[in-house]
Ligand binder design. Sequence first.
Ligand SMILES: Cc1cc2nc3c(=O)[nH]c(=O)nc-3n(C[C@H](O)[C@H](O)[C@H](O)COP(=O)(O)OP(=O)(O)OC[C@H]3O[C@@H](n4cnc5c(N)ncnc54)[C@H](O)[C@@H]3O)c2cc1C
Length: 287
Amino acid sequence: MHTFAYARPATLAEAVALLAEHGAAARVLAGGTDLIIRLRDGTLVPDVVIDLKRIASLRPGVREEAGLVVIGATTVMTDVAADPLVRRHFPALADAAAVVGSVQIRNRATLGGNICNASPAADTAPPLLVYDATVVAEGPGGTRRIAVDDFFVRSGVTTLAGDEIVTAIELPLPALRMGAAHERRTRRRGHDLASVTLCCGVREDGVTRLSYGSVGPRPVLRVDETGILADPAAPAEARTNILEQLLADASPSPRSMRASPAYRLAMLRVLGRRALATALERLEARA
Ligand SMILES: Cc1cc2nc3c(=O)[nH]c(=O)nc-3n(C[C@H](O)[C@H](O)[C@H](O)COP(=O)(O)OP(=O)(O)OC[C@H]3O[C@@H](n4cnc5c(N)ncnc54)[C@H](O)[C@@H]3O)c2cc1C
């Protein structure tokens, strides 16, 4: 492995200063489930690795605050999946966190790391998009809030500046009832990255939010405001047409080893219909 310095700052200010000093030669370490692999295989060769785990203000946890549920960036998937606030208000996010990797991975992998890694297959991205999350980042200029839809650019690239650290993910407490479901398709049972990952949320006012990943350079969010998808009594053809429009931004790479574009596109439609049906059932159950 390439030799690098290891820093374990005690404050966020120190960590941000280190990032500002070293620029692209520095890398932040959270759970390490993505980073360590890339350090080992040499695709990343930083001069310094900055471990976030000793920073008191970045302690993991989920709290309710001023109409928001705030999830600390260093909160691991196991805790996101089990958290009562997340399960009550954002069950599709809990479901997505519960299927990331294996038990060992979920005990290390953080929510912040999942979005900063910006894999198109990141399982928490579709529910965060459906639930309209905001990414909170700290940099030399202070705190910045980024709508999660403006955060992802392409695989491995986000709109986070090189000297910023994600401190939390904020989720607005739903003003309207919503039923939501997360679905994914993998090559095999057990731990595997998704060939398709998708989340669908249907609100009581008839708005349907659909988000999908692993079928293009970044996770996509599309919204149907016609009310047709949310209406099980609407003609089947109309519902199919709307679903097709929402799924039209999928453009899977022919170079991916996990699944062919044709398979991904077919599965996207299966998962889309399945998640929509479950979301409608869950909306009904919340009445
Ligand atoms: C065997 C295996 C199975 C996996 N299965 C899945 C799966 O099913 N679904 C899935 O979505 N992912 C999966 N992953 C990927 C990985 O576990 C997740 O992306 C995880 O959430 C990353 O979090 P981490 O804390 O380990 O990030 P790290 O590895 O510590 O960091 C990842 C990247 O994000 C940056 N970073 C981390 N935290 C911050 C922060 N707070 N601010 C700024 N930058 C930051 C790091 O510098 C690095 O570039 C799997 C990985 C492995 C090894």
